[in-house]
Design a protein around this ligand. Sequence first.
Ligand SMILES: [Zn+2]
Length: 658
Amino acid sequence: MIRAMRTRPHVLAAALAIGAVDTTGREEPTPAVAAGWLDDSTLRPHAVDVVDYTLRATLDPAKHTIHGEGTIAWRNTSATAIRELWLHLYLNAFKNELSTFLRERVGGRGSSVPEDWGWIDLRTLALHDPSGSTVDLLPGIELRRPGDDDETDARVPLPHEVEPGEGISIDVAFDDKLPIVIERTGYRGTFHMVGQWFPKVARLEPDGTWAHFPFHHLAEFYADFGAYDVTLDVPAEYLIGATGPVVAARVEGGRRIERHVQNDIHDFAWTAWDRWQTARESIDGVDVTVLFPPGFAHIAERDLAALRFALPYESGRYGRYPYSVLTVVHPQDDASEAGGMEYPTLIASQGAWAMPAGVRVPEIVTVHELGHQWFYGLVATNEAAWPMLDEGINQFAEVDAMAKWRGEGSAGDVLGLRLSDAAIQAVAGNQAVLDEPVAQPASAFASGASYGRLVYARTAAVLETIARVYGDEGVGSALGRYTRRFRFEHPGPDQLVAVFAEALGGRAAATLRAALFERGWVDYVVESVSSRRSKAAAGVFDTNGTRETLSARDEAGWEGSVLVARRGTLAFPVDIELVLADGSTRRERWDGEGASTRIPWHGPVALRAAVVDPDDRVMIDMNLENNHGSAEGEGGGAPRTLERVTYWTQLALQAVSP
Ligand SMILES: [Zn+2]
């Protein structure tokens, strides 16, 4: 999901729109930059199939209801016999204000009272018995916990144990009432975006514990892989966009009926609207469809342009996109809470209808949601427990892809000022770094703002810093290993840190861990720069039996030193640039270990000033204003103007960062 852009898109737009013109005119870069890092020959072709859904869903667009029925086939892949199922009934988050979701409103999207309530009613829950009969599970269902009125996390006791390896089959029927669009799902007029709409089995961990949880305000989702075979039934004048390819379609009795089938996924979403326009294109062997409101073909073209770069680029970097289709839903402005969201093979981009070409909000959202096909879709981490593993890494994937595609002006390219997506993340993350750790459950964050700054921005800025300090190839290699090794799996933070240790060494991995788990921060400071003429030594000297008293006197050269300190708990190797009186520069390397280092200078010209990290590799440096210093005393002269464009850009960004 997109959170950063959503918070204050108008402010960002205003900041970027200063004379906004797309000045690039640059050639399209080649997407296959990363293809050499790791090859795809060892990619596993399929997920372990745990839960299969065969569903039929009928939309009543006037009542905004969906009747669903079908079968859920589930297999116990844990090592333990199971005596209960947990079902997520997440539409009930919008049923009343006692839901966990609405009680937890902490700012950001989804914080308003629903304009119209939504819910899911289970009508049938019937377990197939080996004898051929069925057992009604509805009477035993536990919708709520004692003292808690939330109805999104239901416990379903089973009449007998399900042994490891054993499968069960359950007939389901349910009736959804959609809310007016709120937090990813719902309707607005005849527009319908349908997410979290069916009873969904929680994920069973290998040790036999259920990773089940209510729909939290800030958390996203977590589920097992399986096959989805879903037949959608809507009025004939409505167009459908849905997860997976269409395998059969017909119009019959005034209804449009489409069957979508997709294996190796863990969720299914769809949209139906009688105003959808479509743009289609084959990109990198994938059938891409963009659904957009009438009159906005130019925005669809911008989505497609972003995908022409990003789809092959991310496939090269994170392992080939394995599905045959990708659908981009671009909701209209008054349904924008349906936008900026990811589902398997279906992403929702977002607004910015009147935005100039130099302001890249639609492209950023599209690239962001595409990245989730890997960081959420294919690498299916527990988004409630470790949101940094999907939103955080994916934010870095967004920053990286935008930079590779559009360079320094990746967020906005306006006359005289290029704003990089990476700089926005760095400023936003620094604002919150001392408040709470990045690596914690979504529901533990104090506010939506803190969640956005830490999970999204801080994770991205830390990874961007590691890439700039240790090399883009190394970070690409680490993430390329991670996404390939854990494709169709459910890794945690330990697996992430381990691939960084493999690819970049223990120091980089330790820094990553400290930054994510321990509120790690860093500030490099030029403490002092001294410079003076070299003097011959003064004093009393005995030479060849003769005693001579010498006073200090100038020699030809200059001497001095630079004292650089590292504040904070993170250490990165940095360059220190010495600026000499003749305008020349020279660089020294500091490994960043220890609290400070002193760099001596002896030479024919005076030392004037010094800059630590002159290339801005440490994006997360807390204060760039103290990264330079001028020499005091003889030879120092007037202070040099060393402030860099980046610094002023970052200051400006504080006004627009999330
Ligand atoms: Zn996201």
